[in-house]
Each structure stands twice: as C-alpha cells, then as structure tokens.
Design a protein around this ligand. Structure first.
Ligand code: HEC
Ligand code: HEC
Length: 247
C-alpha cells in the first residue's frame, strides 16, 4: 500500500468510526431461535441505524417458521405482517432495495391462502434476507445449540427434525454452506417412523425423505430455498393430518 492509500484508508476507517459513534446503539437482540445479537458498529455505519430496529422485527421470522410447520396459517400471516410493515426506515439509499425485497417477501407470506403456499413464501423470505447478508458481507453468528440426543420415540424423532430444519433455515438466512449441510445431514439420518400411520401420513414420510436427500445435493441458494419450501409444507401437511396437529 502506498503512503497515500494508507492515509486514505485510515481516513475512511476514522470516518466510519465517527459515524458509528453517532449512531444510537440498539440493545442486543434475542431472536426466538435463541440467537443474541449486538450489532457491529461497522455495519451500523455502513447500512444505517435502522439495522438494529429492522432486525428486532426480523426475529419474528422465526415465529413464522414455527407457525407454518404446524399449519397455523393465521399466526404465520400475522407475524409476516409485522415484518412487511416495519415502522423504522432510515437505511442508506443503497440498502433500501434489500429492505424492500424483505418487505415484499413477507407480504407474500401474509397473503398466502394455503399452508403450502405460506411454506414456499417463507422459504423465499429467508432467501430475501440472505441477499443482503451476501451483499454486505455479513458473517452471521448463531448460538452453538448442539443437536438433541435423538431416539426412536416420535417426540424424540421430532426434536431432531426441528433442530435439523432450524439449521437449514439458518443456513438459508445466513447463506451458509456448512450450516445448511449440517441440517441436511441430520435430517437424512433422523429416523421417521410414525406408528399406525394412515396412507396420508405414510406419503408424508416418503416426501420428507425425498426432500432431505435433495437438501444434501442442492447447489445454489435459490434451489435450496425451493427445497426448504417443500420440506416445510411436508412438516405442516403431516401435522395437520392429526399428527402433532394440536401444537
Ligand atoms: C439491508 C441489509 C439486511 C437485510 C435486508 C437483513 N439483514 Fe440481517 N444482517 C445484516 C447485517 C449487516 C448483519 C451483520 C451485522 C453484524 O455482524 O453485527 C446482519 C446480521 C443478522 C443476524 C445475525 C446476528 C449475529 O449475531 O451475527 C441475523 C440472525 C439476521 N441478520 C437475520 C436477518 C433476517 C431474518 C432478515 C430478513 C427478515 C435479515 N437479517 C435481513 C443486514 C441485513
Ligand atoms: C409423517 C408425519 C410427520 C412429519 C412429516 C413431521 N412430523 Fe413433526 N410430528 C409428528 C407427530 C405424530 C407429532 C406428535 C408427537 C407427539 O406429541 O407424540 C409431531 C410433533 C412435532 C413437534 C413437537 C414435538 C414436541 O416437543 O412436543 C415438532 C417440533 C415437530 N413435530 C417438528 C417437525 C418438523 C420441523 C418437521 C419437518 C421437518 C416435522 N415435524 C415433520 C409427525 C410428523
């Protein structure tokens, strides 16, 4: 680096640091998946002070995921409405299109009239979040949250399914290859045997196995989002067939 380049770089960093100091520092945010986040001043300066407030409303996306998985369409739609209409918007113009993409994707979840449609729209919402994370170069941190012990009782099988699908979800949002594959591997390996399964439930078991295998092989993020939408629709399908539907 030349002396001038070094001096310039120093000035840029200083300006960023000054800008960061002027931002009101939001409180750490805890998402419903148990992640806690204290925004990095560098990103606050780069994207705008609304980053923290926007992400506080974004923690609702985890509620959307869980509501859809149990076929609770109205709960999912209400949560999506909160992401679609945030009350704080002072992002730098450069980042407005990314926020807009998230709002449109959330509006599509809110407008969904069936659970499978909501599932697909939810996966696309995660993808919209990821587009900004990719653009801005954010490396998302998640709590370690080790995989459950597993076991063959239905409830144990389901705890593994939940863990694996939340990994896939985080992998999508963070655009993280290791996280996605971590979830896919657990899902492929997880037992899924429901006693006295009727034909509908048996078909869901087959479908889930197929989606899990595809998740292992999936390439680009867009393809992963498509698979995740189908997977989530399958969770919901079985749960609303009377299998775990009470939750
Ligand atoms: C306009 C850009 C932008 C959009 C849109 C956006 N994010 Fe982020 N997000 C960031 C940045 C920048 C960071 C990293 C900041 C840091 O490292 O402190 C981040 C970090 C995160 C983190 C991790 C926090 C941590 O501990 O590292 C989570 C979780 C997150 N975003 C979720 C979401 C979700 C969910 C959405 C969509 C509903 C979303 N984000 C949309 C810019 C964005
Ligand atoms: C083939 C049917 C079927 C599929 C597919 C299915 N589940 Fe379940 N799920 C059940 C049944 C049955 C229960 C009720 C278990 C009980 O309460 O004993 C349940 C319950 C649950 C529970 C509640 C467990 C608890 O701690 O009370 C979670 C979480 C869950 N499922 C997650 C998922 C996720 C995530 C997926 C998709 C990746 C999924 N399930 C796919 C049948 C299924």
């Amino acid at each position: 680096m030349t002396a001038i380049a070094r001096a310039r770089r120093g000035t840029v960093l200083l300006l960023l640091a000054v800008a960061a100091c002027q931002q009101p520092k939001p409180a750490p945010i805890t998402t419903t998946l148990g992640t806690s986040w204290d925004p990095d001043p560098y990103f606050l300066a780069l994207v705008g002070s609304s980053l923290g407030a926007m992400h506080a409303s974004y923690s609702t996306t985890d509620q959307i995921l869980r509501a859809v998985a149990f076929g609770r369409l109205e709960v999912a739609r209400a949560a999506a409405g909160r992401v679609a209409r945030p009350d704080d918007m002072d992002a730098a113009p450069r980042w407005q299109p990314f926020y807009q993409a998230v709002r449109s994707a959330a509006a599509a979840v809110e407008a969904a009239s069936t659970v499978p449609d909501a599932a697909r729209a939810t996966a696309l919402l995660a993808r919209a979040c990821a587009t900004c994370h990719e653009e801005v170069g954010a490396m998302l941190r998640f709590d370690p949250n080790p995989a459950p012990a597993g076991g063959h009782q239905v409830i144990q099988q389901m705890q593994t399914h939940r863990w694996a699908s939340e990994r896939l979800w985080q992998g999508l949002i963070a655009s993280s290859n290791p996280r996605w594959l971590d979830g896919a591997e657990q899902l492929v390996a997880a037992p899924l045997a429901i006693p006295d399964a009727n034909p509908g439930v048996a078909a869901d078991v087959t479908a889930l196995r197929r989606h899990a295998a595809r998740a292992m092989d999936a390439g680009p993020q867009a393809e992963r989002a498509t698979i995740f939408g189908e997977l989530l629709a399958t969770c919901a399908g079985c749960h609303t067939r009377g299998a775990g539907g009470a939750r």
